[in-house]
Design a protein around this ligand. Sequence first.
Ligand code: TRP
Length: 441
Amino acid sequence: MQSREKWRSSFGFVMAAAGSAVGLGNLWGFAYRSSQGGGLAFLLLYVLIVLLVCVPVLVGEMVLGRSTAASPFLAPSKAAGDSWKPLGWLFAIASCGILSFYAVIMGWTVDTFFHSLFVGLPSDISEAGAFFDRISTGKSVFIGQIISLLLTAFIVSAGVRGGIERLTRLCMPLLFGLLLLLAIWAAFLKGSWEGYSTFLLRWDASQLLEPGTIRNAFTQAFFSLSLGIGIMVAYSSYLDKNNKLPKEALGIVSFDTAVGLLAGMITFPIVISFGLTDVISESTVGALFIALPTGFANLGIFGRLIAGIFFGLAFIAAITSSISLLEVPVSSLMDQLNWERRKAVIVSTLIVFVIGIPSAISLDVLGNMDAIFNVLLILGGFLISILLGWVIPRKYDEDLALANSSYRVRKYLKFMLRWVSPPVIAIGLVISLTDLFQSWI
Ligand code: TRP
């Protein structure tokens, strides 16, 4: 048995977890979903879901990882017996599935990055469509996907401290700083205010009850926080007993939400300023890969530079997320079969690559993978809240007490985990499933 690695510092752990949370989902999903009609209602639902439902579950995942010191595959059965084995399978399968299409989108990001710096960007809407076809079809998709997976594998094989923590500790503050600068720049574009008010701040109370908006808010909350499939179980299994989990969870959540908002504050002024309104709501990927490159291209060579910075950043954000996804199958194989890290990385990466091939070939498949796995996240979140809140509630409390989290905080979290998270997530799950099936019909 190899001895278990540990994070170097609490800051390193929070940055790694925030790195997992902040990714393409923030840069593209947030802007896209809030522009889909939800506006401020979407934002409100999103924040409520995150604070009331997701934080207790996030802490739950952390407790599960730390108290068992086991990989996501083994942690549920180790904590609550063999009848919870299927949850371990859900974690492992869902993280491989998500990484498989995530790597394809990362590949587009690589491609857009190179186009920004060395080839050129589309100058208007008609060219934008052709541009997107070029980056999302054909051989270049596979090249991008393979580059992304290889880099991910390389970092994960360097281990928790030497790979994951070292990269994220450096990149996350940098990412945040640069996004802030870009948001300030965007605020001075003509039409910036109209951009915020059209997409982000528009208030329509009826949207609060719209199934599509509710599904969007749930999906965005779970996907963006990397919640529900054992990422935080994996990361927290490398924690010491003296980390104050609730405080760290709040740090992760704030960071993640701030980046989503910043991304919106960059995207929307650009969209209005360059007349790209139709593009953004037309396709899921429209905002990031069609509207932004076209907007940046309008600024000439300077715009291409900014585009290069933006897509470089997007790629960094994506890498710090993809490593967390790969860590789930890798740590599970290491735990279950007693494999070395390198061997586990190679096998997991190959599996993920193969599962991703259909998504690389067809945008339709990719969209469906995204939709299906997003529902699985919500299901995972529901099961975690049942496991920690009802099956082993004492563990939740005891583990939090270890680091002297105050009695009031513990009581609040436990109450939410037992009485609020399960029913609210169950409702979200039913609405999301219904909405998904309807979209298929
Ligand atoms: N949260 C990341 C993003 O916003 C993606 C991600 C990483 C993820 N790990 C995950 C999504 C686990 C769901 C589950 O891009």
